[in-house]
Design a protein around this ligand. Structure first.
Ligand SMILES: [Zn+2]
Ligand SMILES: [Zn+2]
Length: 438
C-alpha cells in the first residue's frame, strides 16, 4: 500500500487506506497504524539497524501540522492559491489526479478511465520557479545521470518563440498562436484549431461546411482522453473560413484538426507543412499546399516527400531571404513586435501543482470560508487543523463534508459562523519536505 518506508519515515496518507475503509469498514487510521506495526516488525526481523528513535509518520498530526504551516507561508506569499480549472478526475474515486497519477488515460489506483472536470482547487505556483529549477540543473551535471537531468529539463519544457495574432477575414475575432519557429512564418499554408476551440463552431456557422464541422467537433469532444490518445490517423475538416497572414496579407484556410490539443498552448497553431512532420502528414492527406521557406545549409531535400524540421537558410521569405534561422527568428519577432501583431514569448510545459484531493485520509488544508471575509487562512497558533476520526465511509464523495463539527467553525477574522475547506492535500506534499524534517 502507500505505507512506503523512506529512510526513517512512513508515507502514511493516501487512497489505499481510504479504499480499504470503504471495502472492509476498517478505519484508515487503524489500517495504517496496523500496517506500520506489521512492516516495522518485519524490518526488525530482517535485522536492519535503523535508528527507530528517528521514526516519523506523515499521518501523525505533529508531522502534518508542518504541511499546514508550509501551506500558510506559501499562501502569505501568494504561491498557494485557489482557482477553477479543468482537472483529471476519477469518476470512481471521485477525486482529482495529477498527470503523473494517470496511467494510459486511467486512474493509477482503480483503473477507471479518467475524465476532465472543471472544479475549484488549491494550487502551488511552481511555475514561478521554472527558470530557477532549470538553471540549477547545471549544478547537478556530472553528479546526476544525464538521462535524469534530461527528464527534468523536458518536464520543465522551456521553449522560446513568439505569440502571433492572426486576424480572421470578415470577423472581429483574432486567432492567437504560439510558435517556436517564427522563422517559418512565410511557409504557413493553413491554420489548425483543436476541436474544443470555442471559435471552431462559431466560424463554421452559416458556411457550407457547418454540418461537417459540427459532426467532427461532436466526435472528438465526446471522446475520452484515452480513446483520443489511441487515434493515430490525422483527421480534420475545413471550417470554410480564412485567417489573414499578418505580413503578406494572404488568405490562409482555417481547419480544425484532431492532432491539435486543447489546453496545450492556445489550442491553435500556424501550420507549416514544409517544416513540421505532423503538419506535413496532414497536408499530404488533404492536398493542402506545402511551401518550403527554409533550405538545408548543405544537401538537397524534397519537400513533397518529407518535412525539413532543422534550422537552415531562409528562402521564399521576402526581405528575410538569405538569413540563418537563428537570425530570422529574432528579426521576424522584432518586426512583429514593431507592427503590434506579435511578441517574443517564453513558454513552459510546467504547470502549477494542483494539491487538492477530495478525500478524507490526508492533511486538511488550513483554510476557512467566511461569507463576510472570503478566504481566511487558519491562524498559525491554531495549527494543526486535526483530521476528525468520526467519519462515515459510503464510497461516495468526500466523507469530510458530512462531519458537521469539522466543517462548521468560526471565522478567525470576524467571529461569525464559517465553513472549513474539506479538500485535503495530495499525499506527495508529505514527502516533499522530508529533508527539512530530518
Ligand atoms: Zn480511481
Ligand atoms: Zn469573517
Amino acid at each position: 500500500g502507500k505505507n512506503t518506508l523512506h529512510p526513517m519515515g512512513w508515507d502514511a496518507f493516501g487512497m489505499p487506506a481510504e479504499n480499504a475503509a470503504i471495502k472492509s469498514k476498517i478505519h484508515p487510521a487503524k489500517w495504517t497504524y496496523e500496517n506500520i506495526d506489521y512492516m516495522k516488525k518485519q524490518l526488525k526481523r530482517l535485522g536492519f539497524s535503523y535508528d527507530w528513535d528517528r521514526e516519523i509518520a506523515t499521518c501523525n498530526s505533529d508531522y502534518y501540522k508542518w504541511n499546514q504551516w508550509i501551506f500558510l507561508k506559501m499562501f502569505e506569499k501568494g504561491i498557494a492559491y485557489r482557482k477553477s480549472a479543468f482537472v483529471n478526475w476519477c469518476p470512481h474515486d471521485l477525486t482529482v489526479l495529477a498527470n503523473e497519477q494517470v496511467i494510459e488515460g486511467r486512474c493509477w489506483r482503480c483503473d477507471t478511465p479518467v475524465v476532465q472536470k472543471e472544479i475549484p482547487s488549491w494550487y502551488l505556483k511552481i511555475t514561478d520557479y521554472a527558470e530557477v529549477l532549470l538553471d540549477d540543473l547545471k549544478e547537478l551535471e556530472g553528479k546526476w545521470p544525464d538521462a535524469v537531468i534530461t527528464m527534468q529539463k523536458n518536464w520543465i519544457g522551456k521553449s522560446i518563440g513568439a505569440t502571433i495574432k492572426f486576424p480572421i477575414e470578415n470577423s472581429t475575432a483574432v486567432l492567437e498562436v504560439f510558435t517556436t519557429r517564427p522563422d517559418t512564418i512565410f511557409g504557413i499554408t493553413f491554420m489548425a484549431l483543436a476541436p474544443e476551440h470555442p471559435l471552431v463552431l462559431e466560424l463554421a456557422k452559416g458556411t457550407e461546411y457547418e454540418n461537417e464541422v459540427n459532426g467532427f467537433v461532436n466526435k472528438y469532444t465526446t471522446m475520452s482522453t484515452r480513446e483520443r490518445n489511441i487515434v493515430e490517423e490525422k483527421e480534420g475538416v475545413f471550417t470554410g473560413r480564412y485567417a489573414v497572414h499578418p505580413i503578406t496579407g494572404e488568405k490562409i484556410p482555417i481547419w480544425t484538426a484532431n492532432y491539435i490539443l486543447w489546453g496545450y498552448g492556445t489550442g491553435a497553431i500556424m501550420a507549416v507543412p514544409a517544416h513540421d512532420e505532423r503538419d506535413h502528414e496532414f497536408a499530404k492527406k488533404y492536398a493542402v499546399p506545402i511551401k518550403p521557406v527554409i533550405k538545408p545549409v548543405e544537401g538537397d531535400w524534397d519537400y513533397e516527400k518529407e518535412a525539413y524540421t532543422e534550422e537552415g537558410i531562409l528562402i521564399n521569405s521576402n526581405s528575410f531571404d538569405g538569413l540563418k534561422s537563428s537570425e530570422a527568428k529574432e528579426k521576424i519577432t522584432q518586426y512583429l513586435e514593431e507592427k503590434g501583431i506579435g511578441e517574443k514569448t517564453i513558454n513552459f510545459r510546467l504547470r502549477d501543482w494542483n494539491i487538492s484531493r477530495q478525500r478524507y485520509w490526508g492533511t486538511p488544508i488550513p483554510i476557512i470560508y467566511c461569507n463576510e471575509c472570503g478566504i481566511v487562512p487558519v491562524p498559525e497558533e491554531n495549527l494543526p487543523v486535526v483530521l476528525p476520526e468520526n467519519v462515515e465511509f459510503t464510497g461516495m464523495g468526500n466523507p469530510l463534508e458530512k462531519v458537521e463539527e469539522f466543517v462548521n467553525t468560526k471565522c478567525p477574522k470576524c467571529g461569525k459562523p464559517a465553513k472549513r475547506e474539506t479538500d485535503t492535500m495530495d499525499t506527495f506534499i508529505d514527502s516533499s519536505w522530508y529533508f527539512l524534517r530530518y
